[in-house]
Design a binder for this molecule. Structure first.
Ligand SMILES: *Cc1c(COP(=O)(O)O)cnc(C)c1O
Length: 218
């Protein structure tokens, strides 16, 4: 546990200044999370709504919470207005549910579209071929703002395969960014990709937001 600070320092040294570290704190204790905060990291990622709610209740207000796991529509009400960013929006239905709840609460929720670039069936995420239709379908929703993309690479050590996934995602991100003229609810800012075992490749390939869990706590 005493290594958390050192692990964070080591990772921060490897990250360029313009890459944001989201510390993934799922399954971690409050004591462990306090060490992360002491090291100066206030962006925390959780993948379960229930766990997020329990932790938010007891931890400081200045934390920026990120929902990174699959989100069910019936849980949307527990996160809208309480999180900095939802990384895992992968259907029009979910986007609509977030928009509706945000409207009710009179706010705008920032979201990322999770893309399944590798095509693995076990992974959540929108098929990139459906992205244009998705963007068209959500273009009229006034209470969500698309802030970028998120992807999870396959669990492989093959650097070329990883690069392929990450550079493909970066190219899609750039293309949307170039074409958003006039679409008011799209504001491409974040490309969320890279975890403990692949963040170096992700950053090399153009990520500007990494989600690192196990590497902080080992
Ligand atoms: C758990 C998780 C991470 C962090 O993974 P590590 O390999 O522990 O760094 C990142 N993103 C998502 C979506 C996760 O569920």
């Amino acid at each position: 546990m005493s290594n958390i600070k050192k692990n964070i320092e080591e990772i921060m040294r490897k990250l360029p200044d313009d890459v944001l570290l989201v510390a993934v704190t799922k399954h971690r204790s409050i004591e462990e999370i306090e060490k992360v905060l002491e090291a100066g990291i206030f962006d925390l990622g959780e993948n379960r709504v229930q766990e997020f709610r329990e932790k938010q209740e007891v931890l400081p207000q200045n934390i920026r919470w990120h929902i990174i796991g699959h989100l069910q529509k019936n849980k949307v009400k527990y996160v809208v207005g309480k999180v900095f960013l939802i990384h895992s929006v992968d259907s029009v239905e979910l986007a609509r549910a977030i928009d509706k709840e945000s409207k009710k609460k009179e706010l705008t929720t920032d979201i990322l579209i999770q893309l399944n670039v590798s095509g693995e069936e076990s992974k959540f995420g929108l098929d990139p071929n459906q992205l244009d239709q998705f963007l068209e379908d959500i273009s009229a929703l006034g209470n969500i703002r698309i802030k970028g993309l998120m992807t999870i690479a396959p669990n492989t050590k093959n650097i070329e395969d990883l690069k392929d996934i990450f550079t493909t995602t970066r190219a899609i991100y750039d293309k949307i960014k170039e074409n958003v003229n006039g679409v008011t609810n799209i504001e491409m800012t974040y490309l969320s990709m890279g975890m403990t075992n692949d963040f170096d490749v992700a950053v090399e390939s153009g990520s500007n937001m990494v989600r690192i869990g196990s590497g902080l706590f080992e």
